[in-house]
Write a protein that binds this ligand. Structure first.
Ligand SMILES: *Cc1c(COP(=O)(O)O)cnc(C)c1O
Length: 451
């Protein structure tokens, strides 16, 4: 019997991040300036990002060195464990082997700290002492708050209002690390005031919170902005997950047929999948890569591949990506981290080119999978991560149906210990599904910017 838990030593932690832009058959179309609609240059971005991250955003160098100062903080929770879900396999009575990489052991409780730390670091290196950001469920806000705290920087977080009200404990965590947290839409910014004037009861959205955080960062010289997903440099930093997972699978003497991760803006999916995409593109590996998203916010499975803004006010560059339209208001589902209208341009391009796949799942089905997983493996997963779990369960059952011993690897992006009210609601039978009606989708897509 092989091990349940496959660990790496600190010395085996990757020294470089993997940049998929070195190997993609087609690079994404360039981001465009929101006003001129011309490709953005480094100068356009330097008002809110440090030069080093701007370089990482565009470079096609395959391997990017992880600075020692970043690796030192990574060591607080990295290398993260890879586990074999034997009890889940047994419960499903499947011939499939199921492995999962556990990112919930980071002090932030999710994978997001993998990019928060280098983002804070590269800003600090360039003399920036204050960052603004947005957060949905609060996981990104918590991660960036921790990272800023490690480097002695200030952090201001615009938190989507429905989560600010529903997830008060993540707000407390951000405050423990010294951040200032404001419910978005707020009356502190032009963008926030505009939304409130139209709808004083607005529950907020990531798109609105991004507008607020970017507006403030652009106004102050000492302040930059940090984004927790979507951008190329964020995907890059997360590749430590998949690079470690590959070493761990090799230690287990195995290689996945299927790699799965949930997908909001694409960062934990990229982190897990891109090192395997390398195997597929460069070495001809026959691995399937599946991004799992909510049926209520089905960006990859039902969105349009087009230029769109990253935010509601139209302050961000236009990104070429799968999108539901920047004005799309996702229903207030319990996977706050997956309520975003767009997706990473890198993930979008790979999907468009048929290199990866996407699937969507209903909210009640993912909670069912989450509870089965918790009872088998002990970990209470984040609702976001439970999309990957339910997708892995579906694939394990398909393997059983086909009578094939497939090897499945998924990323457990975070724990759900601050999501217990959502579990309560599910267990009380009060949770509903919100498959996106076609009319809402087509009306949201009507207002895509004309390029
Ligand atoms: C934020 C978050 C996600 C979704 O974001 P991606 O950028 O798509 O990774 C998934 N899982 C958890 C636990 C999160 O906090």
């Amino acid at each position: 019997m092989s091990d349940v838990k496959i660990l790496l030593t600190e010395k085996e932690m990757p020294e470089k991040w993997y940049n998929i832009m070195a190997d993609m058959p087609n690079l994404p179309k360039p981001p465009l300036h929101p006003a001129t609609k011309q490709p953005v240059g480094p100068e356009d971005l330097s008002a809110i990002f440090p030069m080093e991250l701007i370089k990482q955003e565009v470079t096609q160098e395959r391997w990017i060195e992880i600075p020692d100062e970043v690796r030192e903080i990574y060591r607080l929770w990295r290398p993260s464990p890879l586990c074999r879900a034997r009890r889940l396999e047994k419960a499903l009575d499947t011939p499939a082997k199921i492995y999962y990489k556990y990112e919930g052991a980071s002090p932030a409780g999710s994978h997001k700290l993998n990019t928060a730390v280098p983002q804070a670091y590269f800003n600090k290196q360039e003399g920036i002492n204050r960052l603004t950001t947005e957060t949905g469920a609060g996981q990104w806000g918590v991660a960036l708050s921790q990272a800023c705290n490690f480097f002695g920087m200030e952090c201001k977080v615009y938190m989507v209002k429905v989560s600010y009200d529903q997830k008060p404990y993540r707000r407390s965590m951000m405050q423990i690390y010294g951040s200032t947290v404001v419910a978005s839409p707020s009356d502190e910014t032009e963008a926030g005031r505009k939304v409130l004037a139209a709808d004083p009861e607005s529950p907020g959205s990531l798109g609105i919170a991004i507008s607020e955080a970017v507006e403030v960062a652009a106004q102050r010289d000492d302040t930059n902005y940090a984004l927790g997903s979507v951008l190329n440099h964020v995907m890059l930093h997360q590749t430590v997950i998949g690079l470690e997972a590959k070493e761990q699978m090799a230690k287990a003497g195995d290689y996945p047929d299927i790699v799965i991760a949930c997908c909001g803006g694409g960062s934990n999916f990229s982190g897990m999948a891109f090192p395997f995409v390398y195997d597929k593109l460069v070495q001809g590996a026959k691995v399937r890569l599946i991004a799992a998203e909510p049926s209520s916010c089905p960006t990859l499975t039902r969105g349009q591949f087009a230029y769109d803004f990253g935010d509601v006010a139209g302050l961000t560059p236009l990104l070429y990506m799968y999108t539901l339209g920047s004005e799309f208001m996702p229903p207030s589902i319990h996977s706050g981290g997956l309520r975003y209208h767009g997706d990473s341009p890198l993930v979008s391009q790979l999907l468009h080119d048929g290199i990866i796949e996407a699937t969507s799942l209903d909210q009640t089905s993912i909670f069912k999978g989450a509870i089965l997983f918790a009872r088998c493996e002990g970990v209470v997963p984040a609702p976001e991560s439970s999309h990957a779990i339910q997708c892995a369960i579906n694939e394990a059952l398909a393997a059983k149906e086909a009578g094939e011993a497939r090897t499945i690897l998924f990323n457990l992006s975070g724990h759900g210990l601050l999501d217990l009210p959502s579990y309560d609601k599910y267990m009380a039978g009060k949770m509903e599904d919100y498959p996106l009606p076609e009319e809402i989708l087509s009306s949201a897509l009507k207002n895509l910017p004309k390029i």
